[in-house]
Design a protein around this ligand. Sequence first.
Ligand SMILES: C[S@@+](CC[C@H](N)C(=O)[O-])C[C@H]1O[C@@H](n2cnc3c(N)ncnc32)[C@H](O)[C@@H]1O
Length: 237
Amino acid sequence: MSFTLSEVVPWGRSYDEYVSMFSLSPTDLKQKILGCGDGPASFNSILTSRGGSIVSVDPAYAFTTEEIKNRIRETYEVVLDQTRKNKDEFLWESISSVEELGRIRMSAMESFLKDFEKGKAEGRYQAGSLPHLSFNSKDFGISLCSHFLFLYSEQLSDKFHMASIKELCRVAQEVRIFPVLELGSKKSRHLKPVISKLEKENYHIEIKKVTYQFQKGGNELIIIKSPNCKASRSAAA
Ligand SMILES: C[S@@+](CC[C@H](N)C(=O)[O-])C[C@H]1O[C@@H](n2cnc3c(N)ncnc32)[C@H](O)[C@@H]1O
């Protein structure tokens, strides 16, 4: 039995993980960024403290800090237990044990929790859900989506992926999604069909290798641009 979750869970990665997962250069970090499905990740809080411009959107932001904290508490054991049972699906290099993973994730999520009320008041954390976002066309330079699209391929349909990617492309010049694996460390079942449909509609697709890898084989990022954006390299899945 491989790593499985019955639903999309609140689980947050660190600023450094975002930078390497999304191959974010110093120039990228100066752009206006949308983090879609950021949940309790610390990317927003740390980037803001370093002078960056970011809005994170997630349905979880409709809840209070206390409610999110409780959901994290419930999720923590489930995720760590699944990781323990499926240890060989992960690469234990930069993170050396399940216990260290728990500490790193909790530290990122605590940074989010401390920042949440202030960030919400500043409009940096907004409740919202794919596939419909409330932003204007091209409000953002880059839109990032970590560990939601493609990862939850069993729970989210091909149609949902198409609609969500198009919506992210509507609100940002460029969309980056990581990883392109689904739970269980297999390539997402939606990847090829989604790429093929998007290419037929003249979206620009690039699959880029990144330095980050925790799920085995999870070191690829997909970059998508609307048909009307300047061209980039095309790639096969
Ligand atoms: C596994 S967490 C990933 C959090 C963060 N991006 C990271 O990598 O650390 C998945 C997130 O997707 C959010 N989510 C669930 N449904 C969503 C939707 N329809 N649109 C946007 N985000 C959604 C969840 O609330 C959760 O915070």
